[in-house]
Design a protein around this ligand. Structure first.
Ligand code: SAH
Length: 456
């Protein structure tokens, strides 16, 4: 039996999908934050459950050859990155193993080709969207991030995965709030004006949008803040106040008031242009998104005659990529605003062979299939919970030649591949892509082909 507060020496033999090290004590699995596979460590047991426990890292007896000093001083507390103590190659290897392990354990896929995770050449400052909470600590204004598993704000001046302009911008805003004595929001009491600072950057255009989230209808002296922002950060092309008076931990409210510049900023993925407004969804790592979608297009293997379904299409990014080589693309997405953005994106890119449909894929696709609309190639890019079984059932009835599965969760991916494998599809290749360096997240793109008798 494990006992709380007891110290042990253990070997870390694996890592969880959350980036914790795992070792064993008398058959019990013990999870240790901050420990790496291959290490021998001293831990103190801090929590014991029926079949497993949690240990606190006390001392590293034998470090992993991939252990590095985290570049961010906030690493220990921050809820953002969890693998900064592992060098970049180590992270990519970890992601390879995570994907293979899920495919084998959950998907029962033994002999599938899993390529090495495609990493970034420069895995820093890769995010184009930052959302910094603002709070007050002993009378001083702080901005930074939420501590791991809580909503306590921890002060930090720099974030190494965000675009650099975001730190410069929040410094200006923070100085302004201090000087003007503007109150900051307190989640516990629901009082105070300034809640969050959001910045969005168009990586290719260099344009920046600033969104200041407030618990009220206006920001005192906002014209002065605008002047300071455009003087201190000339890349700022658009400034909004976002009104969020709700007693909620949702960051953005529904109402935006423009106080400077353009309604949108622009960015590109591949040759396609996107207008980004304060609330619109856009992939946060545009460099790797292009890598991912190029792979998805390659796996779709289009000749120009195909009908393609892009399911869970968001603002139509994959649909646009597919449209260049397909006869016709249907994009299906449940969020109506995203569908509106998708239609506009097709229009500003002069693309006429895509039709977007609003609704749940598992409801829309059976209906379309019944009306005789079928696809030669289907792309799915579902949220973390994966695809609904009704949808997978319709796809296997419809028998497209290829299914390209884009996934942000290897566990639900493996579950869905298992289903498709049981219904005449074969997983040909799996390509993991690192969209989120220093975190435990991994994105995958998979090619499956139909290998049954058509019409059966
Ligand atoms: N392919 C897009 C978005 C992927 S995120 C891109 O790469 O940008 C997953 C998307 O699925 C989200 O936009 C979400 O709103 C949508 N979604 C979630 N459940 C859905 C469902 N049941 N049917 C259709 N779309 C859904």
């Amino acid at each position: 039996m494990l006992e709380k507060n007891k110290n042990h020496l253990i070997d870390i033999t694996g890592m969880t999908h959350e980036g914790q090290g795992v070792g064993r004590i008398e058959g019990f699995a013990v999870f240790v934050d901050g420990a790496l596979e291959g290490e021998r460590v001293e831990i103190k047991i801090v929590k014991v459950n029926k079949n497993f426990g949690f240990g606190k890292l006390v001392n590293i007896i034998k470090p992993s050859g991939n252990r590095i000093e985290p570049f961010c001083e906030a690493f220990k507390h921050c809820g953002g990155c969890s693998l900064q103590h592992l060098d970049y190659q180590g992270q990519l290897d970890y992601k390879d193993r995570l994907v293979k392990d899920n495919l084998k354990r959950i998907g029962k896929l033994e002999n599938v080709i899993v390529h090495n995770t495609i990493g970034m050449k420069e895995p820093l400052n890769y995010r184009n969207k930052a959302q910094f909470p603002v709070a007050s600590e002993d009378g001083t204004v702080i901005t930074g991030f939420y501590a791991r598993r809580t909503h306590d704000v921890i002060d930090s001046a720099e974030c190494g995965i965000q675009d650099k302009s975001s730190d410069r911008i929040r410094k200006i805003i923070r100085g302004f709030i201090e000087e003007k004595n503007i109150s900051v929001y307190d989640e516990k009491t629901g009082k105070g004006l300034l809640r969050h600072i959001m910045t969005r950057v168009g990586f290719r255009t260099g344009e920046v949008m600033v969104v200041i989230v407030i618990n009220g209808s206006g920001l005192p002296f906002h014209n002065e803040l605008v002047t300071r922002l455009i003087a201190g950060a000339p890349e700022v092309k658009s400034i909004f106040l976002n009104i969020n008076t709700g007693d909620t931990n949702v960051i953005l409210g529904n109402k935006n008031v423009k106080v400077y510049g353009n309604d949108t900023i622009t960015d590109y993925i591949g040759k396609y242009k996107f207008h980004i407004s304060p609330l619109s969804f856009f992939q946060v790592n545009p460099v790797q998104t292009e890598v991912l979608y190029t792979k998805a297009l390659e796996y779709a293997d289009l000749t120009g005659n195909e009908t393609v379904f892009d399911l869970y299409c968001g603002i139509g990014t994959i649909s646009l990529f597919m449209s260049q080589k397909a006869r016709k693309v249907y994009g299906v997405e449940v969020v109506e605003d995203a569908v509106r953005d998708a239609r506009r994106n097709a229009e500003i890119n002069g693309v006429g062979n895509i039709e977007f449909v609003a609704g749940e894929a598992e409801k829309i696709i059976p209906g379309m299939y019944e009306r005789g609309i079928r696809a030669d190639v289907v792309v799915v890019d579902p949220p973390r919970k994966g695809c609904d079984e009704t949808l997978l059932g319709t796809l296997t009835d419809m028998q497209p030649d290829r299914i390209v599965y884009v996934s942000c969760n290897p566990a639900t991916l493996a579950r869905d591949l298992n289903y498709l494998e049981k219904h005449s599809y074969k997983t040909v290749e799996v390509q993991p892509v690192d969209m989120f360096p220093w975190t435990m997240h991994v994105e995958c793109v998979i090619m499956m082909t139909y290998c049954g008798l058509k019409g059966k």
